[in-house]
Design a binder for this molecule. Structure first.
Ligand code: ARG
Length: 478
């Protein structure tokens, strides 16, 4: 270790001891208290930014050549050492955790100095950890977006394929958790495909907005070296350079946007999970979840609990918590960088990991789900979910809709009292409520007719659902 990274510590503790001093130690005569250091250090979580920090450093070394701070030869040497460090980091990222550097930026710099000596100390010229951390986290977020979009697509594909296989599974659709109108399991699957499509496009929007490079903003006022920041942005695979240095180092919008996208998508996954839990319940018995995604009870031998779905539903809470946490952290921050902003990392790391895991688990849940199509049909036949059809039938025979709604209401009350479905009533029984009803009513009360009639775009008619599935397969290249 080079000597300026050490001081002789003779602080207010009784003993005297040599300890490692931080990279910014020049202004300090005392080392940080161990308790403060533990509180302040971020290496234990920001080690995940190692690759981004190294790649950003390579980009910065090139910029330093253009302004004459480094020779081409020096840059070459630095780049080679940084690339070597990158290989080490990739082979064992956790090894970083053994070190006691303050954060990943200090860690990379000190490792570089270990490798190339004094030359390594030139790298931080004109750069601040403020623009460095802003860069690293943006690069990390960009990479995550692409990974998450892949997982979203995989879940969508699984839903579309499940839909393809369940077009004949008629089941009740619900409002207020009351049987409302018949739908198919396929139509239900395709509803989630739509939600995930919006989640996907939200990520694309967020990606485009975060695609600006903050490096070269210095601590807050801009770097004192006349580097070409657009060139630097290009080298680091950004669409353009940020326009204002103050904003660049204090902006965490990309994190909040991702947390918001994650929260909304988790709300979708949570509803998916909740539907599954209901469908899998003994009361509904519409689906059977596979043994691979359920668990038993330690006490009740008959139980098979939908833990995977319950955890997806439960984890939505902690992702939303990270969003609220981050919004609360930034809301009162004065410009520019404040250490509060270090709190951005654990939340975004955890939220995106969680979202990713839940997408994978939801895909897995669908993998070998069994839909019990006798049970779903039986349930669809119950609950008077064809009552709307009867009302429309009366309308077709000239009865105004408000009146027909009332007539059908009375008919349903009667049918309940004699414990029959509408389709089981005789024409005589129907005629107590309206004399326009004849025996052509039975056809329209059938499940098939209920489905077929909903043939406008987006409806549940089997022809439309089939089209929707085909369209999704083409669009999503399944
Ligand atoms: N660990 C810090 C963070 O994550 C890096 C930036 C430190 N900058 C500073 N001025 N102390 O925010």
């Amino acid at each position: 270790r080079s000597s300026d990274l050490h001081i002789i510590y003779a602080g207010n503790l009784a003993h005297t001891k040599e300890i490692t001093m931080a990279l910014w130690g020049g202004r300090f005569t005392q080392a940080a208290d161990k308790r403060f250091k533990d509180f302040n250090d971020s290496l234990r979580f920001d080690y995940r930014l190692a690759e981004q920090d190294i790649e950003g450093s390579i980009g910065w070394s090139k910029a330093l050549v253009s302004v004459g701070v480094l020779t081409a030869q020096e840059q070459h040497e630095l780049e080679a050492a940084l690339n070597q460090l990158l290989i080490e980091v990739r082979s064992n990222p956790q090894a970083i955790l053994q070190d006691d550097a303050e954060d990943i930026h200090s860690w990379v710099e000190s490792k570089l100095i270990n490798k190339v000596g004094d030359l390594g100390k030139k790298l931080h010229t004109g750069r601040s950890r403020n623009d460095q951390v802003a860069l690293d986290i943006k690069m990390w977020c960009k990479a995550q977006v692409l990974e998450l979009q892949k997982s979203l697509r995989e879940l969508q594909a699984k839903l579309v394929l499940t839909a393809e296989n369940t077009q004949d599974a008629v089941m009740p659709g619900y409002t207020h958790l009351q049987r409302a109108q018949p739908i198919t399991f396929a139509h239900w699957c395709m509803a989630y495909v739509e939600m995930l499509e919006r989640d996907y496009s939200r990520l694309t929007d967020a990606y485009n907005r975060m695609n600006s490079c903050p490096l070269g903003s210095g601590a807050l006022a801009g770097t004192a070296y006349a580097i070409d920041r657009e060139q630097l942005a290009q080298d680091l695979d950004f669409a353009y350079a940020t326009r204002n240095s103050l904003d660049s180092v204090s902006d965490r919008d990309h994190i909040i946007e991702l947390l918001s996208s994650a929260s909304l998508s988790m709300a979708h996954l949570s509803r998916f999970a909740e539907d599954m839990i209901i469908f899998n319940s003994g009361e509904a018995d519409f689906v059977e979840l596979s043994d691979r995604v359920t668990s038993g009870s330690s006490l009740m031998p008959q139980k098979k609990n939908p833990d995977a779905c319950e955890l997806i539903r439960g984890k939505a809470g902690r992702v939303i918590g990270s969003l609220i946490g981050m919004l609360t952290t930034v809301k009162g921050l004065p410009l520019a960088y404040n250490k509060d902003m270090q709190e951005d990392k654990e939340g975004i790391f955890d939220a995106l990991d969680t979202w990713h895991d839940c997408l994978t688990m939801a895909t897995f849940v669908l993998e070998d789900i069994k839909v019990n199509i006798e049970r779903t049909r039986e349930a669809a036949l119950k609950g008077y979910s064809n009552a709307t059809e009867l009302a429309d039938y009366l309308v077709a025979k000239g009865v105004p809709f408000r009146d027909s709604h009332h007539i059908v209401g009375e008919t349903v009350v009667y049918a309940i009292s004699v414990q029959k479905g509408l389709e089981d009533l005789t024409v005589e029984e129907f005629r107590r409520f309206s004399d326009v009803i004849t025996d052509d009513v039975y056809h329209i009360l059938s499940l098939q007719s209920c489905l077929d009639k909903r043939c406008a775009k987006g409806g549940v008619s089997p022809a439309r659902v089939k089209e929707a599935i085909l369209e999704a397969k083409v669009r999503l290249k399944i």
